[in-house]
Design a binder for this molecule. Sequence first.
Ligand SMILES: [Zn+2]
Length: 100
Amino acid sequence: MIASPHASEGFGQLGRHLVCGSRRMAADLATLVADKIRSGVLPLPPEPPQKYFAGKGTRQLCDVCERPITEEDLEYELDLGGRTLRFHEKCLDMWRQPRG
Ligand SMILES: [Zn+2]
């Protein structure tokens, strides 16, 4: 009897599964933010917090999840160190959460 492919392949190849991992969005997002900060892709949130500009999404990519921020979402924009960061609301929340 051969075990189901899911049982044997589900672990150890996490990279392949990230793309469709929307079910565990919150946990994945936290991991993503932590990874990006650690690798320097994403700066640390400013202290004290700066002003954000919130507006309707313009289909630009979110700096956390790298998905477009659509018209149905609010886009949060922040100028930091000469670059403009854009976030979904939930991604911004995740970024600003204290970690450690
Ligand atoms: Zn996002």
